[in-house]
Design a protein around this ligand. Structure first.
Ligand SMILES: Nc1ncnc2c1ncn2[C@@H]1O[C@H](COP(=O)(O)OP(=O)(O)OP(=O)(O)O)[C@@H](O)[C@H]1O
Length: 265
């Protein structure tokens, strides 16, 4: 197992956000975290990345305790791509991506030709070579997502954590990310990805973890977790779930929402 988060509990002030959450991902596996807005998906991903430290539980990546590891060691184990990457410094895309190599360099060591080759390969893989010289502050939201993914790749982590990586992407780039994630899993990375688009989740992921109110309500293959009853309880919608005749993956069509005391129509 590469990622092992067990019994994770986390509070922000007086609010309990995660309750005894278990999530694991092995090498070569793509695990999707799905669930309604505010369920705790991003918080869980940030906890796995060591950005926030849980109040309870234990998180290890390739055996390294995330809460105790030194940043450089942690950066060789995992890379986190946040939903809205902040890029406010005056870097070119290439130089920004190269920053990911620092996980592998000594403290005052400059990047060399091999590092530059990693950056070139990552830019190509993600399909953004054309704007390698652009200033990152000028990029669109979707372009920033792709640049952040390229930077994560040059880190050569054991685990890749992606927070809604396709939320700002057009159809073609969504597909490209889906294929990239599958390719990375084939190279034995463990991938954990937060996704709202359930059809995309079904195509991209080997396993889905459904998070509701900070608790795991289901964990299993997409065929099991994308179940109309489970989705009704989680999202308060009536839906039809059926396999796509084209891809074979489950597709979810939400038909109507069910009014609840907190969710009036
Ligand atoms: N620093 C904080 N202080 C108080 N509450 C917080 C804090 N950070 C997150 N929360 C709350 O924790 C809950 C979970 O947030 P989180 O961003 O993890 O949800 P999410 O499942 O990723 O949601 P979304 O799908 O809308 O992105 C939300 O209700 C959010 O308002």
């Amino acid at each position: 197992m590469i990622v092992n988060a067990s019994n994770v509990g986390l509070r922000q002030g007086a609010t309990r956000i995660l309750h005894a959450v278990d999530v694991a991902a092995s090498a070569g596996e793509v695990v999707g975290i799905i669930g309604p807005n505010g369920a705790g998906k991003s918080t869980l991903l940030r906890a796995i990345a060591g950005v926030v430290i849980p109040d309870e539980g234990e998180i290890t990546i390739a055996g390294v305790d995330v809460a105790r590891a030194r940043p450089r060691l942690l950066a060789r184990q995992l890379a986190l791509v946040e939903q809205h990457p902040v890029m406010q410094f005056d870097f070119s895309v290439r130089d920004y991506v190269l920053l990911g190599r620092h996980a592998h360099l000594g403290r005052f060591q400059a990047e060399g030709a091999a590092d530059a080759a990693h950056a070139t390969a990552a830019l190509e893989k993600v399909g953004i070579s054309a704007f390698a010289s652009r200033n990152v502050t000028t990029l669109s939201g979707g372009e920033r997502q792709l640049v952040a993914i390229a930077r994560a790749l040059v880190q050569q982590p054991r685990a890749l954590l992606l927070d809604e990586p396709t939320s700002a992407l057009d159809l073609s780039h969504q597909l490209r990310v889906l294929e990239l994630v599958r390719d990375l899993a084939a190279e034995q990375l463990a991938v954990i990805v937060v996704v709202h688009d359930l059809d995309l989740a079904a195509r991209m992921c080997d396993r889905l973890v459904l998070l509701v109110d900070g608790r795991v309500s289901a964990d299993g293959p997409p065929e099991k977790v994308l179940d109309a009853d489970l989705l009704r309880d989680a999202y308060h919608v009536h839906s039809v779930v059926r396999p796509s005749p084209d891809t074979g993956a489950q597709t979810v069509t939400a038909l109507r929402h069910i009014p609840t005391p907190n969710n009036k129509s």
